[in-house]
Design a protein around this ligand. Structure first.
Ligand code: NAI
Length: 705
């Protein structure tokens, strides 16, 4: 094995190079290697100055997350201990210059800040993204960062987790120079300039720590920002507490306080949940039966059929990734509408400063609108996004089967239909797969990759690769009704309606759900998706109902009243110009009247019951899906819910949340609801089995690994 850290010399400057591909994470061996190299260089009388640089594509991108996961399991350990190394770097008698390219994030930034100087290439990023994992900078980062950049900037970086580019870092005082040209050459030249000068220790710097009154206002604003952008999350508040300590305590005391806070935060549920989701998002690409080296078809251009809501969004997702798109419609008016929607969307991004007009023009130029299949014989992937109708989809697949080249992947964006039946309309079912994007498709990160009986391994692997190329998370799911996400969504939506009939209001249900952490309440979601759509789905699946089964009653009435949701200005809520949901007494009266007529006794319902009934019914369905093998892992379901359905990442997804509550308790409530409400609550056998064995979904996943 090659050494992860090497020492060389250039023009009297010692160069410590970290070589721990792919991202120079601080895995075991790296901190030790840095320490040894530093001490050797310090002892060497020919060395006047030391440069620390990353080999390969980046500086130290961060901690080794596997170590953080281990720390979350054993919070008393406090995580990987970088403190002795940081002190040693800062106490080095010769100037240490950190030379940064790629990213210096988390632990990488903390090491950089212990150096006496920092230089970086212009496109390097520096940041403290720990909040994204539910933790805080834990290697003195909360104590050094405000000393370098000031309290307000440190608060912003730690609460948002957003990295900054080198030029901004220079302005803020985080780095000392932006290097043009070769980084090592520039860093060595810089080292030559500072050699022989007394070293400056970040920990001794206190001119940017502000006054008590200035800081009080900054922390109030920081807490308000945290509540807004990271609702219910403990990590940003913990980071603020540690930053506050930097402003009131001497450095070493501040570090002690930081360590205490790290232990506390690692012991909490949120860090564990967010670290779980981090790994789960990476694990989804490992699909049983699809070896890592499975060949993939190159995808350079795509044909999309249908320029409606989804087709337009998918076209943008492709163009955003630099992929050229043929976008086909049946009539000019629909094509014009579709293209106008795309243009409007891009224009709004340009207005908001997300990207320039030139970028927009490039993206628009990649989308080729047309009314024919011209050129579809040359594309590598065709995605069908026409109306949700089996006869229409079969007709389309019959047509493209005649045109597409032999190695073209044929995908449907269906949200509910049987992908095998669609594939049967072609002469090559092994090339057919479901690519279920979520609306708005250029924003939402989830793609369910629906694997029916037929697709070849190469087609599955290509689908995973295309999701990645589009910057999305592709999760392979089975070909069952509603696949994974929508299949769990239906009982969730139904139960929420039962709760309303039994005594709550849509807004009480939605408030309990958003307080729990869901991005939106389920009734607001229903209004956004359209009551007409929910009604059609309900009608379509009516044949699946068992005799005497309870059905929600109000939805049909809203449909008949034309209250089709946001698009009609009224659904479960009323909507104003800003599309904000407004509780509507007319709906309350309708719900009460409907319940009365159906003989449903109304009572007070607590937020706890709302959460248990709406979330546990989802979990119960998830357990069924798992047992049937339509999801490969409980963690896959968690990824689907956190990336596609607004489930809070800090709860780790529904299955992880069930483990956190304890499957025994979840099962006991499901069992209880089954006794009270009948067969819709019949416990999933897997839930029962795991609960009775004192096990968890995570443990079940491990048996499958
Ligand atoms: P949409 O009604 O907005 O768009 C469908 C478009 O297909 C229309 O513009 C129509 O003119 C066009 N079209 C119909 N027949 C065509 C043909 N033969 N050739 C070319 N274009 C044709 O529908 P939407 O919402 O975009 O849905 C499309 C598909 O995506 C459906 O299967 C739906 O279930 C699925 N889906 C929808 C989601 C949503 O949130 N709207 C989410 C995920 C999947």
């Amino acid at each position: 094995m090659t050494q992860p850290v090497t020492l060389s010399s250039r023009d009297g400057v010692a160069v410590i190079t970290i070589d721990n591909p792919p991202v120079n994470a601080l895995s075991p061996g790296v901190p030790e290697g840095i320490l040894t190299a530093l001490e050797t260089a310090e002892r060497d009388p020919s060395v006047r100055c030391i440069v620390l640089i990353g080999g390969g594509r980046t500086f130290i991108a961060g901690a080794d997350i596997k170590e953080l996961e281990a720390a979350a399991r054993n919070p008393e350990s406090g995580g990987p201990d970088l403190h002795p190394l940081l002190t040693r770097i800062e106490d080095c008698a010769k100037p240490v210059v950190m030379a940064i390219h790629g990213t210096a994030l988390g632990g990488g930034l903390e090491i950089a800040m212990a150096g006496h100087y920092r230089v970086a290439v212009a496109d390097a990023s520096l940041g403290a993204p720990e909040v994204n994992l539910g933790i805080i900078p834990g290697a003195e980062g909360t104590q050094r960062l405000p000393r370098l950049v000031g309290v307000a900037a440190a608060v912003e970086m730690c609460v948002s987790g957003r990295p900054i580019k080198a030029p901004q870092a220079l302005q803020m005082g985080l780095i000392d120079r932006v290097i043009e040209g070769d980084l090592l050459t520039g860093a060595v030249a810089f080292a030559g300039e500072v050699a022989g000068q007394p070293v400056r220790k970040t920990r001794e710097k206190d001119d940017r720590l502000g006054s008590a009154s200035e800081n009080a206002a900054i922390f109030v604003a920081g807490r308000a920002q945290a509540a807004k952008i990271r609702r219910n999350q403990t990590a940003p508040l913990a980071a603020l507490e540690a930053l506050e300590a930097a402003t009131t305590l001497p450095f070493h005391e501040g570090c002690k306080k930081e360590r205490e806070i790290v232990r506390r935060i690692l012991a909490g549920d949120q860090a564990k949940a967010m670290i779980h989701i981090f790994f789960a998002e990476r694990a989804v690409a490992r699909v049983p039966g699809i070896p890592k080296d499975t060949a993939t078809y190159p995808i350079a251009n795509v044909g999309i059929i249908g320029a409606g809501t989804m087709g337009g969004g998918i076209a943008m997702a492709c163009a955003n990734a630099g992929i050229s798109v043929l976008l086909k419609e049946t009539e000019q008016a629909a094509l014009d509408r579709g293209l106008a929607a795309i243009r409007k969307n891009y224009e709004s991004s340009v207005k908001k400063g997300r990207f320039s007009q030139a970028v927009m023009d490039q993206r628009m130029a990649l989308i080729h609108p047309q009314l024919t299949y011209d050129g579809f014989d040359k594309v590598d992937l065709i995605i069908e996004a026409v109306f949700e109708s089996m006869p229409l989809k079969k007709q389309i697949f019959g047509e493209i089967d005649k045109i597409a080249k032999a190695d073209c992947v044929l995908a449907s964006n269906t949200s509910t239909l049987d992908i095998d039946e669609i594939a049967a309309a072609t002469s090559r079912p092994r090339m057919v797969i479901g690519l279920h994007f979520f609306s708005p498709a250029h924003v939402m990160r989830l793609v369910e990759i629906v694997r029916g009986k037929h697709p070849s391994n190469e087609v599955v692997a290509t689908s995973l690769a295309i999701a990645k190329k589009l910057g999305k998370v592709g999760v392979v799911v089975g070909n069952c009704r509603g696949f994974v996400g929508n299949r769990m969504m239906l009982p969730y939506m139904r139960e929420a309606q039962f709760l309303a009939e039994e005594g709550t209001t849509p807004e009480q249900v939605d408030k309990a759900l958003t307080d729990f952490g869901m991005a939106m309440g389920i009734f607001a979601v229903d209004d956004m998706g359209g009551i007409d759509l929910a009604y059609r789905v309900k009608q379509e699946y009516a044949y699946l109902r068992k005799p005497g089964e309870r059905v929600p009653l109000v939805l049909d009435k809203l449909y008949e009243m034309g209250r089709w949701g946001q698009k009609r200005g009224a659904g479960w809520y009323r909507y104003d110009e800003a599309r904000a949901p407004i509780p509507d007494p007319e709906v309350h009266a309708l719900i009460e009247k409907t319940a009365r007529e159906a003989g449903i006794a109304r009572r007070g319902i607590t937020p706890e019951e709302i959460i248990e009934r709406s979330i546990y019914i989802m979990i119960n369905e998830g357990a069924r899906i798992l047992e049937e093998g339509h999801a490969q892992r409980a963690a896959d379901i968690d990824v689907i819910y956190c990336t596609g359905y607004g489930f809070p990442g800090y709860r780790g997804g529904p299955m992880w949340y069930a483990d956190t509550v304890g499957l025994k308790s979840v099962y006991a409530r499901v069992h209880d609801f089954h006794t009270r409400y009948g067969h819709l609550w019949e416990p999933a056998p897997l839930l029962k089995k795991l609960a009775e064995a004192g096990s968890s979904f995570a443990a079940w996943d491990e048996t499958k690994a």
